[in-house]
Design a protein. Structure first.
Length: 351
């Protein structure tokens, strides 16, 4: 990694792509930690962006939830070959969907054929959506009212809402409590927590922004205050780049799962090229993609309707990095530039 090149990548996100703020934290086993930022955390006050700010990590939450399901599998309390109906009878039934034919492995791998409830909410009034509380069963019902996806891999947060309900059925405690008890507290992730119905982010945090049409023209909207219950066990966590790096290092370093379950997690299938890129693959709550310098990065991405967007991964040598922006990329070029910044952070220095 060249710090100069990485600073340039962050400045490109806030300059060329006009995103409010961009931050990165890189942890290298040999070289230590490096953090950088560009732009603003709050466009109203002009407060500079900082990698120490909390933010909503969206679908990176899925990796936490998948880890707990795999821990329960290691303990013999469930099997990845169990069906959804084995644990949640009749919840997935109707509209041609049947939980008796969908395994827990397929939920975590996103190959169970279920649509994403987020698609049912795509046209919802934003001012209603950001203040609405959703029960998990309500999200599942919304998904089951959608048309069937194409066969094969299909990204669906509903899969992880169901995985969270399975955790609750098996343990008698919510997925949120189990993630906290099994991951957040043991790893001392002091800036990581479940917000519940709280719309504000506790402590120091970046504001988040998205583009909406107002009176026929696009405007930047502050989405910081938001009830993220629509994400649930698949997308509601709040964290920091440092905590996400620490979690990913512990997970891929074998501290959270026995070798057998970690191998299951890393067993991947091809993803949708439109979602993961032409070479992206999906495991059990993990995404793998090639690095420009060789090898494969392993991690996840997370986006929120409210505006936060994050990508995190570890390279084969153990270097891990998290890049976050506090404004939804409005173009493919901007989204690809975020991924390019991650690639820069993970790439070995060139001679």
């Amino acid at each position: 990694m060249s710090p100069g090149a990485l600073r340039g990548a962050l400045d490109g996100l806030t300059g060329e792509h006009r995103l409010a703020g961009a931050v990165v934290e890189v942890v290298d086993p040999a070289c230590g930690t490096w953090a950088g930022a560009s732009g603003t955390a709050d466009v109203r006050t002009g407060r500079p962006a900082s990698a120490a700010d909390r933010l909503r990590i969206g679908s990176v939450t899925k990796t936490f939830t998948a880890t707990v399901v795999l821990q329960l599998a290691a303990e013999g309390r469930l099997s990845l070959d169990d069906t959804v109906a084995d644990h949640l009878p009749d919840l997935v039934r109707g509209g041609g969907y049947d939980g008796r034919g969908i395994t827990l492995r397929q939920l975590l791998q996103q190959t169970g054929g279920l649509p994403d409830h987020a698609d049912a909410l795509a046209d919802a009034d934003v001012d209603w959506l950001r203040h609405h509380h959703f029960e998990p069963e309500e999200l599942v019902a919304a998904a089951l009212g959608l048309p069937h996806p194409k066969p094969g891999w299909h990204y669906s947060t509903t899969d992880y809402v169901l995985a969270g309900l399975v955790v609750e059925q098996v343990t008698g405690r919510s997925a949120e409590d189990e993630v906290t008890r099994r991951i957040i507290d043991p790893l001392h992730l002091h800036d990581t927590y479940w917000p519940g119905d709280a719309e504000d982010i506790r402590g120091r945090h970046s504001h988040s922004y998205f583009t909406a049409e107002r009176d026929g023209r696009p405007v930047r909207v502050d989405g910081t205050r938001w009830n993220t219950s629509a994400g649930g066990a698949g997308g509601a966590l709040i964290s920091t780049p440092a905590d996400v790096d620490r979690f990913l290092g512990a997970l891929l370093g074998g501290r959270l799962l026995p070798a057998g379950q970690l191998a299951e997690m890393l067993s991947t299938v091809p993803g949708d090229p439109e979602r993961l890129g032409s070479e992206g693959r999906y495991g059990l709550g993990l995404i793998t993609e090639p690095l420009s310098c060789g090898g494969v990065r392993t991690g996840h991405t997370g986006s929120t309707r409210a505006g936060h967007h994050i990508v995190t991964a570890m390279a084969p040598g153990g270097r891990r990095a998290t890049v976050a922006v506090n404004e939804s990329p409005a173009t493919d070029a901007a989204a690809n530039a975020v991924l390019a910044a991650l690639d820069t952070a993970l790439s070995a220095p060139r001679p």
